[in-house]
Design a binder for this molecule. Structure first.
Ligand SMILES: [Fe+2]
Ligand SMILES: [Fe+2]
Length: 494
């Protein structure tokens, strides 16, 4: 098995304990022995320098164990996931004798932000010593440690050991210190824009891409989306003209996540879908800005370049080593995001094929966000309800079921719409009604005018009825153009 194979194995969902067979007993014993040896090695390296003889015996013992395992298994992957250690994909069942060692190794790897160590070929004494000393000398809490250690191993010519950063789960990290999910959402939204900007700039300059950071952001978004979808959906009303490309990528990720959630995707698949949304247009980073922002029609050559961006995106995704965990679904999603359901659009397909769910979801999200955002060639964007109406008319473009799901999320009066109520008040839609029967009854923030002054609030649920008359207290009459009424929609979501 090669290093990637080992990585794949280690990344698979670990199975929970069944009665141990002879092989499993052997593996479990090995895992416990390994942790004990690693614990001693780490400890000794903190006390003695590399030349001290006291070290040799410990190194020898560990080497025998590791190399023996490599001979039979081909590779060895030790991975930290939350509070567990997994050896070649199997969770370490900690025995009494290895408990202290397990605690120590887990704590050290977490501190050093190293989440995975893969050994893919037999080691010698020097290699193991150098590795342990460099690992233990890393400063605590530095997110860049795995990359630094990786570079150091490369410099030392040690090819048989690979390391990856610790995966921090957003649930643990992102909501810590944020009791208010709305605040957490805002932070996450703006930080993700920064991260995707960093990824694109990094790709352009052929620099190291921190794809893990991006994944953590998406995991945070998935958790928030599961808790309360209206927070992130509300933030998509920020249509930042200057940062269009990055803002657009984040919005597409959010819309896609909301759709994936309604379709019942698992958190793992949602994370992949969110990443696809973030990366769907990376191919555009290779197109000159003048073409992207050209206010006039594109000429034939410019169009040809523009049409290449899904394929360029695929090539770029495959090149980013740190995106090793990327699934084919994600790459195909990027490839397909401009292909219509009747297979028109671009890139042109040589053979007929069914489009993937990822591709079709991203297409809906992408198109809606592009239509509702001001651009150099269309300063006045479509209002949300206008964009949805156009998309519904375009019969061959979108998967009809997915479009229905999307309209269910966005509502016929989408989040961020300005509406006129039968009470003569205006309202900004901030949460759609999940009940399809009451799709026209979202929650709104009231905007009323009295004595020449505008009052904002309170928030009301249009599904509320009057106890006595048994009639709805307020209903929407029609959608309004926010520009005409000088209403800044975004301020209601910040
Ligand atoms: Fe695109
Ligand atoms: Fe796009």
């Amino acid at each position: 098995m090669d290093a990637n194979g080992a990585k794949e194995m280690a990344a698979t969902t670990p199975e929970e304990s069944l009665p141990l067979g002879p092989d499993e007993t052997r593996q479990s014993r090995f895992a416990n022995d390994l942790i004990i040896k690693l614990h001693i090695l780490m400890k000794v390296s903190q006390i003695y320098d590399q030349k001290n003889v006291a070290l040799n015996q410990v190194v020898q013992g560990s080497l025998e164990l590791i190399n023996h395992f490599l001979e039979s298994e081909g590779s060895l992957a030790l991975k930290v996931i939350r509070d567990g250690i997994f050896i070649n994909g199997k969770r370490l069942k900690v025995g009494v004798e290895s408990y202290i060692g397990f605690k120590f190794v887990l704590e050290q790897l977490k501190k050093k932000r190293v989440g995975e160590i893969r050994i893919c070929a037999v080691l010698d004494e020097t290699m193991l010593k150098k590795f342990i000393y460099h690992l233990m000398n890393l400063s605590d809490g530095d997110e860049d440690n795995a990359r630094k250690l990786h570079d150091e191993l490369k410099r030392l010519g040690i090819k048989s050991i690979e390391v990856d950063p610790l995966e921090i789960f957003e649930e643990d990290e992102f909501f810590a210190g944020h009791t208010n999910p709305k605040e957490a959402g805002k932070k996450l939204f703006f930080e993700t824009i920064g991260v995707i900007k960093g990824v694109v700039t990094g790709i352009k300059k052929n620099q190291f891409i921190d794809a893990r950071k991006m994944k953590r952001m998406v995991q945070g978004a998935v958790n928030l989306m599961v808790k309360d979808e209206s927070i992130l959906l509300g933030l998509t009303t920020i249509k930042n003209y200057d940062e269009y490309t990055f803002n657009h990528c984040v919005n597409v990720a959010i819309y896609s996540l909301a759709m994936g959630r309604r379709l019942g995707f698992s958190k793992k698949i949602l994370t992949e879908l969110g990443m696809t949304g973030l990366l769907h247009d990376i191919g555009k980073s290779k197109i000159p800005k003048e073409i992207i922002n050209k206010p006039d029609k594109l000429d034939d050559d410019e169009w040809r370049l523009m049409r290449e961006h899904p394929m360029t995106g695929v090539e770029m995704m495959l090149k980013i080593k740190q995106l090793g965990e990327m699934s084919p679904k994600m790459v195909i999603g990027v490839f397909e995001h401009h292909i219509n359901c009747d297979l028109t659009g671009y890139p042109k397909l040589i053979r007929k094929k069914d489009l993937t769910l990822f591709g079709k979801i991203i297409k809906v999200a992408d198109c809606y966000d592009a239509m509702t955002t001001p651009r150099t060639y269309r300063r006045k964007p479509y209002r949300p309800e206008q964009a949805l109406a156009i998309m519904v008319r375009e019969k061959n473009g979108f998967d009809p079921v997915l479009l229905k799901v999307f309209i269910g999320i966005i509502g016929i009066y989408p989040i961020g719409s300005l509406v006129l109520l039968d009470t003569n008040e205006m309202g900004v839609v901030y949460e759609t009604n999940p009940d399809p029967q009451h799709i026209n009854r979202p929650k709104v923030i009231l905007i009323s005018q009295s004595e020449g002054r505008r009052r904002i609030g309170p928030a009301v649920d249009l599904a509320e009825m009057d106890g006595e008359t048994k009639r709805y207290k307020k209903s929407i009459v029609k959608a309004l153009d926010p520009k005409k009424y000088h209403v800044d929609i975004v301020e209601h979501f910040l």
